[in-house]
Design a protein around this ligand. Structure first.
Ligand SMILES: Cc1cc2nc3c(=O)[nH]c(=O)nc-3n(C[C@H](O)[C@H](O)[C@H](O)COP(=O)(O)O)c2cc1C
Length: 148
């Protein structure tokens, strides 16, 4: 049976949202059944309904989570995600922010691990323009689906 995946993204200028569409296509090519949600419309409680969790989140400030993801990350404190598989991606800027490049990806991986989820693919980090990375985003999604 197809694995049920929830892809939750937080995006201020639409870059993560655009990447999400391509990650979702890759997941679907890998035979996963995918629900894509903006974090503003997602609740921590619904993560329990899926086999796997994919987060997409850009980095803002100096190494902070995208604004809409802050409350969601906090709400995950103490929830149990044992048995769930997970992976995280996000865009950033390695030239402007070399010391905090895509740290949102690292923060969310840490949160997921703390909840007991298993990270099944290395975080996918994109620097600068996201359009050239659409193909890689799809491949990454496919790889994640194959690891479920
Ligand atoms: C004020 C500001 C702060 C930023 N801080 C970081 C940062 O600390 N690390 C990083 O990798 N990228 C940083 N970025 C780059 C954004 O993460 C990047 O533009 C990303 O594509 C935005 O994605 P979104 O449109 O999905 O929010 C910053 C951009 C701005 C404008």
């Amino acid at each position: 049976m197809a694995k049920k995946v929830i892809l939750v993204f937080g995006s201020t200028t639409d870059n993560t949202e655009m990447l999400s569409e391509h990650v979702a296509e890759g997941l679907e090519r890998g035979m996963a059944s995918v629900t894509v949600k903006n974090v503003t419309e997602a609740s921590v409680d619904e993560l329990a309904d899926y086999d796997a969790i994919v987060f997409g989140c850009s980095t803002w400030g100096e190494g902070d989570l995208q604004d809409d993801f802050v409350d969601f990350d906090e709400a995950m404190d103490g929830i149990a995600l044992e048995g769930k598989k997970a992976a995280v991606f996000g865009p950033g800027d390695s030239e402007e922010y070399p010391d905090s490049f895509c740290t949102a990806v690292d923060i969310l991986e840490k949160t997921l691990k703390k909840c007991g989820a298993e990270i099944v693919a290395e975080g996918f980090k994109v620097s600068g323009e996201v359009e050239p990375a659409f193909g890689d985003a799809e491949e990454w999604g496919f790889k994640v689906a194959k690891a479920l």
